[in-house]
Design a protein around this ligand. Structure first.
Ligand SMILES: [Zn+2]
Length: 214
């Protein structure tokens, strides 16, 4: 079975994002913006790799509260939802709302029965668009296949899908409360209580300093 790697880099406005109301000129059929949107503040674009440092970003995304501020905050860290977010028209607020609630829905369905994701809760086709490339894999080796999500929205879906396939458990760190995955193909062993070695040792040191035996 061939190995398939993934790679996702995404542009983020260095000045962040803001809310802009729709302003369709009266009597015009060609309004500049028909929806309230999250738009760029117009700083330079920085390249980031949102999935590399946040292996449960899809879960964070699903927990955004239903507010424009939450969407702006997420966009300012990880970038806009789609390619539209790089352009002046931005991503419609409605789209943010829809995809957050859809991700939430997928996670709930998965908890009940992962099989249901296939027939009962198929993702809309815009969720999970990928490009595929052949890339070098070490000197002299065969090329490897790489999947490249088209947008942040697709990358979040890919991350969700990978964790579903791996069978990893999703839980929160007993020390810092961050979501992490354990077991399956995840980095932490099954049943792990902490997201990282750092959190595990901090927790244990605190316990010792309080004189509690583990
Ligand atoms: Zn932690």
């Amino acid at each position: 079975m061939a190995t398939i790697s993934t790679h996702f880099e995404w542009q983020v406005d260095s000045k962040g994002y803001r809310f802009e109301r729709s302003h369709k000129p009266k009597g015009s059929l060609l309004g500049r913006r028909e929806h309230d949107a999250i738009v760029r503040r117009g700083g330079g674009l920085q390249t980031r790799h949102p999935l590399e440092h946040f292996d449960t970003l899809y879960k964070q995304f699903s927990e955004l509260d239903d507010s424009v501020e939450a969407y702006i905050d997420f966009a300012s860290k990880f970038g806009p939802l789609t390619e539209n977010g790089h352009a002046p028209e931005g991503d419609p607020v409605e789209d943010w709302r829809f995809w957050v609630s859809y991700m939430k829905h997928l996670i709930v369905v998965r908890e009940v029965d992962p099989q249901k994701l296939i027939y009962d809760a198929p993702s809309p086709t815009e969720f999970g668009r990928m490009r595929a490339r052949l890339v070098a894999q070490g000197p002299g080796g065969r090329p490897a296949l790489r999947l490249i999500p088209v947008s942040l929205r697709d990358a979040l879906w890919l991350q969700f899908a990978q964790s579903t396939v791996s069978g990893a458990d999703l839980r929160t760190c007993d020390w810092c409360g961050t979501w992490f995955e354990s077991g399956g193909g995840a980095g932490r062993r099954a049943g792990a209580r902490f997201c990282s070695e750092k959190c595990r040792s901090t927790f244990n040191n605190r316990k010792k300093s309080k004189g509690v035996r583990s």
